[in-house]
Design a protein around this ligand. Structure first.
Ligand SMILES: C[S@@+](CC[C@H](N)C(=O)[O-])C[C@H]1O[C@@H](n2cnc3c(N)ncnc32)[C@H](O)[C@@H]1O
Length: 221
């Protein structure tokens, strides 16, 4: 893995040693679906759906299945998750997923402007300690970068089960510079979007034992 300057991922790249089957998938198949920041096409023929931190890939797989003409790009530096996604892609014979196995910011910076039609950040790591808040992937800088790569009227969906992170998102989304770029269309007080729209991810399932997730939707102005 290349050592990049300004890396802003803080979570684990591996939760436990990779099994032989996972190593095999990463060594032999990741390159077939990997998208490289240095080799991005200038245009995309169909819609682009973008997910930051896909975990084990449940939502990315679902989006690829319900939007077969879209290209679903997922970013995830956690290699056990990337291996789990590859395994599902092969099992289900899915052809419209591309993966970036590193910090989403590097790929976003390389994407052309106004190509993304839908973006997901589902259950980002909460980093509850105050001194770690700067590690949160949802921050104004990242959201404005994401915005510049999204089409007009494109949708951004953010979910969290962490009350402190919800307050954090609400605070950011009340800032003048955010309001100029995004309009809220679904608040945390509204019911969860249907599972046909957004499946329950592994993380959400775990979180549900303690507290329900809050889903927010924003539209690009
Ligand atoms: C709590 S998990 C949630 C995973 C998944 N969205 C779900 O709902 O099951 C958050 C994920 O975000 C990933 N992540 C953290 N920082 C990231 C970054 N800068 N770019 C891409 N993914 C990131 C982590 O590796 C982790 O897998």
């Amino acid at each position: 893995m290349e050592d990049r300057k300004n890396r802003t991922i803080y979570g684990r790249r591996q939760a436990r040693p990779l099994k032989e089957t996972q190593k095999h998938l990463l060594e032999n198949f990741l390159h077939t679906i990997k998208i490289h920041p240095g080799k991005i096409p200038e245009t995309f023929p169909g819609d682009v759906i973008f997910e930051i931190g896909f975990g084990s890939g449940e939502n990315l797989i679902h989006q690829a299945q319900i939007s077969p003409k879209a290209l679903c790009i997922g970013c995830e530096p956690f290699m056990n998750g990337v291996a789990a996604l590859i395994s599902k892609i092969m099992e289900l014979n899915i052809e419209n997923i591309a993966v970036y196995d590193d910090d989403a910011k590097f790929l976003l910076e390389a994407l052309p402007y106004q190509v993304i039609s839908k973006a997901f950040i589902l259950f980002p790591d909460p980093w509850p300690k105050k001194r770690h808040h700067k590690r949160r992937v949802v921050n104004l800088e990242n959201l404005l970068l994401l915005h510049s790569k999204m089409k007009k009227d494109a949708e951004l969906i953010i979910a969290t089960d962490h009350p402190g992170y919800l307050d954090w998102i609400l605070e950011i989304s009340s800032r003048e510079n955010f309001i100029k770029h995004f309009k809220i269309t679904h608040t945390h007080e509204m019911p969860r979007p249907s599972e046909a729209e957004i499946p329950v991810t592994r993380y959400e399932k775990k979180a549900l034992e303690n507290r329900p997730g809050a889903f927010l939707k924003f539209k690009v102005i």
